[in-house]
Design a protein around this ligand. Structure first.
Ligand SMILES: [Zn+2]
Ligand SMILES: [Zn+2]
Ligand SMILES: [Zn+2]
Ligand SMILES: [Zn+2]
Ligand SMILES: [Zn+2]
Ligand SMILES: [Zn+2]
Ligand SMILES: [Zn+2]
Length: 508
């Protein structure tokens, strides 16, 4: 494929191109504070991951590139924050370099593929025989790019199959389980969060319905009637009556009639903890009756014939409280833990209706203690985020949080780690996206963001803050890209009349 006169760099670029890599720049100049400090002969991009590969080519005819040249490549890759490199020589490569490359991979996480004459010849043969996918595989495997591919449906199915199937637990009367140990429904961007630890608790409660009719004879006016109908829920392990504010009370009172009989549940990647009830139901009913009777005391005030104020208290008897039930019902409650990176979240919710929640550490946005409702999770740091604090990547729409997204300093568009633009402002090193990286300093050709450039008043080209020439005209600062532009402006300024001068000062 190499034609006469084709440079070694071009040969390598063509080879990468035939393997479906995108050639971004050839060469790529590395600038720092307005000065070129080095270069990479080719900058290529692997299209599916978006990863950038920096290539160094040595065409030295007889001389063997060694440690010094290799170190220079490592330094340039580090400077540009690249994790992948190719070190190619048209001849041999010093035999110490394979070990060096391994060391750099282990200590810095930078993958560098070494290509010498023989290896390049072998790859060229593949190119001639149109085995482009083989070359693609060669580079991807060597660079370690195929290892970090996305999770596929097949991976998911394999993961599900590895879930351990455990014992089956039977329940006499159980609220059916409609919701499982999955990612919360309000998280829109990741339905594959796998809990690290899940327990399904089956907890027994007694639902007791009662009816009480109280009749008190008012000495003056006759009868007073009072009716009370309601429900009491008793924790059937402790024997305690639940307060009406208890989340279990609120849940069970809505749904207890939906309980199903003789249900069995099988452990599938979660543990079932069923609590048995040992309370004496007769005793529980006795206590409930007494409590209800006490709550329904009737007090009436009347005046006697002697004009005295009297109070009459009628306390219903416990036996007057009519009981329907009790129903012993098991309530399924999930206790699920997510370990995501260095975050852990715990969620305790009801299996019948997961809108009823006891504890949910994922429900609020975690960015800057914002506390809005969560609707997504950052795929980088796993912070839960609200609508205001999530930042979808412009390229892949993966959602990150405000802290993890890479933002173009000029247009404020967001990018994930994978699609983060590799180009930066030569002055402040802030990220500049593809659309915003078009402005170069006319003097030093460094890419510059809008904060670090000025327009030359004479030629309208941009100049970086290191090369700017600023002069004051009647206290108004004017910017020039070069001495030449300044001289031109200055000459016409001096030769014009007062009105002309005034116009020049106002010019922007
Ligand atoms: Zn984040
Ligand atoms: Zn927020
Ligand atoms: Zn992305
Ligand atoms: Zn931009
Ligand atoms: Zn800048
Ligand atoms: Zn400059
Ligand atoms: Zn100029």
């Amino acid at each position: 494929m190499s034609k006469p006169g084709e440079s070694f760099e071009t040969q390598i670029a063509l080879m990468l191109h035939s393997a479906d890599f995108v050639i971004k720049e050839q060469p790529h100049r590395i600038m720092h504070k307005g000065k070129q400090i080095g270069d990479l002969d080719v900058l290529a991009q692997e299209p599916s991951s978006g990863e950038i590969i920096g290539v160094s080519c040595k065409d030295w005819h007889g001389q063997t590139p060694g440690s010094e040249q290799f170190s220079h490549l490592v330094e340039m890759l580090e400077f540009e924050n690249l994790k992948y490199g190719i070190f190619a020589s048209s001849g041999d490569i010093a035999n110490t370099l394979p070990l060096r490359a391994e060391h750099v991979r282990n200590t810095k996480g930078i993958n560098i593929v070494l290509l010498d004459h023989d290896e390049i010849t072998r790859l060229k043969k593949l190119t001639y025989s149109k085995q482009a996918t083989d070359i693609e595989d060669y580079f991807k495997t060597r660079l370690g790019l195929s290892a970090n591919k996305r999770r596929t449906v097949a991976d998911e199915i394999r993961a599900q199959k590895s879930v351990t199937i455990g014992r089956t637990v039977g329940c006499e009367r159980l609220l059916p389980i409609n919701f499982w140990n999955e990612s919360p429904r309000y998280i829109m961007n990741n339905h594959d969060l796998v809990p690290s630890d899940s327990t399904l608790k089956l907890e027994p409660y007694l639902v007791i319905n009662y009816r009480l009719h109280v009749q008190a004879l008012h000495p003056g006016t006759g009868k007073i009637n009072s009716n009370d109908v309601g429900s009491v829920i008793v924790d059937a392990t402790q024997g305690a009556i639940l307060s009406e504010n208890d989340p279990v009370f609120k849940h069970l009172i809505k749904y207890y009639t939906n309980a199903e009989t003789h249900v069995s549940v099988q452990e599938k990647g979660f543990t079932i903890k069923k609590t048995e009830s040992f309370v004496n139901q007769r005793e529980v009913i006795r206590i409930v009756r007494e409590q209800i009777a006490a709550q329904n005391e009737v007090r009436t005030h009347y005046t006697t014939a002697k004009n005295e104020q009297r109070q009459k208290i009628v306390r219903p008897r416990a036996d007057d409280v009519r009981i329907i039930g009790p129903y012993l019902i098991y309530v399924p409650v999930w206790d699920v833990k997510f370990n995501l990176g260095d975050k852990t979240y715990r969620r305790i919710y009801f299996g019948y209706d997961d809108d009823d929640v006891i504890l949910d550490e994922m429900s609020k946005c975690q960015i800057k203690s914002c506390e809005n409702d969560t609707n997504s999770i950052c795929l980088a740091c796993h912070s839960t985020t609200c609508d205001n604090h999530n930042r979808p990547c412009l390229m892949c729409s993966n959602i990150l949080c405000e802290m993890c997204a890479h933002v173009c300093v000029d247009c404020r568009k967001n990018f994930c780690n994978e699609h983060r633009p590799q180009t930066v402002c030569g002055i402040c090193r802030s990220t500049l996206c593809q659309n915003c990286r078009s402005v170069l300093c006319i003097e030093c050709k460094t890419m510059i963001c809008s904060n670090h450039r000025e327009k030359c008043i004479q030629c309208n080209d941009y100049v970086c803050i290191s090369h700017i020439i600023s002069k004051k005209y009647a206290l108004v600062a004017k910017n020039f890209c070069s001495q030449l532009c300044f001289n031109r402006f200055n000459e016409t300024y001096r030769s014009s009349g007062v009105f002309g001068k005034f116009k020049k000062i106002l010019k922007k």
